[in-house]
Design a binder for this molecule. Structure first.
Ligand SMILES: [Zn+2]
Length: 303
């Protein structure tokens, strides 16, 4: 897969969940009509042309991305959601352009079949309303129905994602050595990890902030230093708000085995006040957290 194509797919994965308002974030500003090169894509590019659902780059044989809608004006309800939060799709019914005189219809279908046959993933956008698109991550076409509709399922490198087993298999697999795939695995792992933490609590362990979209499943012993077991062990995690996650991640606070906060001497009185850090602060811990916190105190904490 060429670098630009891979980069755009990687970008879809990284931007999953992000709402893009207007065209500029999708196909660049009017005068240039391209997005500049960025950390994912090595050259100027667009992630979708916003002309119709299918985006097949002119000189390529494949569909690069697809804009799914739930509007009755377009192709009707296409997205089957995994739950009511509508953040993850279970399936998308990707309908080819339905106007008979659409001259791109045939080439779109040929291209979608190319994705299906070669197992090439595609980026998915959800058009919420005019000018509002949410990135749904990556999908892969798994079949073509008799009525011409292509079925798209969430993508993971080796087929259809199934959380824990799939992740374990992916991590073990020796073929998995590109940074792109490593990132996909980490993203999936984080999602599973967050789900596990949410089963026990749904608020910041420190300040009780409970906005689900802002809460972060923070690893006590960071992902990169953890074994596969530790990466998904709920006792290696704390659910934290962005501020407290950052303070913990940077080693500016830690906790004793009893859950009492230990505050770095690097923090000023003002910072401590801003983030509600007092010496009497404590969090509830289980036995399982202790070995990870001990690691955090020794390796992360900046005394
Ligand atoms: Zn907090």
């Amino acid at each position: 897969m060429e670098a630009t194509h891979e980069g755009i797919l990687k970008k879809f994965d990284a931007l999953k969940g992000k709402l893009i308002i207007g065209k500029a974030g999708i196909k660049g500003i009017n005068s240039k009509k391209r997005l500049p090169a960025d950390e994912y894509v090595p050259e100027a590019h667009i992630i979708h042309n916003l002309v119709r659902g299918f985006y097949k780059p002119a000189d390529k044989p494949y569909i690069l991305s697809y804009q799914a809608t739930e509007s009755s004006e377009n192709y009707g309800k296409q997205i089957v959601w995994s739950d009511e939060t509508q953040s993850e799709f279970l399936r998308i019914e990707m309908a080819p352009p339905d106007k008979e005189n659409d001259h791109s219809k045939k080439s779109d279908i040929v291209a979608a079949r190319y994705n299906l046959e070669k197992k090439i993933p595609l980026g998915i956008l959800h058009k919420i309303k005019k000018g509002h698109n949410r990135i749904l991550g990556l999908g892969i076409i798994t079949s073509e129905r008799d009525d011409g509709v292509f079925i798209v399922e969430p993508f993971s490198y080796k087929g259809i994602l199934h959380p824990l087993d799939e992740l374990k298999r992916l991590i073990k697999d020796e073929e998995i050595n590109t940074s792109f795939v490593a990132e996909v695995v980490q993203r999936r792992g984080q999602a599973i990890f967050k789900k596990k933490l949410f089963e026990d609590s749904a608020e910041c362990a420190i300040c009780r902030m409970d906005e689900p979209t802002l809460l972060i499943a923070s690893h006590i012993k960071p992902w990169k230093y953890s074994s596969n077991f530790e990466r998904l062990d709920k006792y290696n995690g704390l659910l934290l708000c962005p501020n407290h996650d950052k303070l913990f991640d940077q080693g500016l606070i830690t906790f004793t085995d009893d859950g009492n906060v230990v505050i770095s001497s690097l923090l000023t009185t003002k910072t401590k006040e801003t983030f509600g850090l007092t010496e009497s602060l404590f969090i509830y811990l289980d036995e399982g957290h202790k070995k990870y916190l001990s690691w955090h105190r020794e390796n992360c904490f900046k005394n």
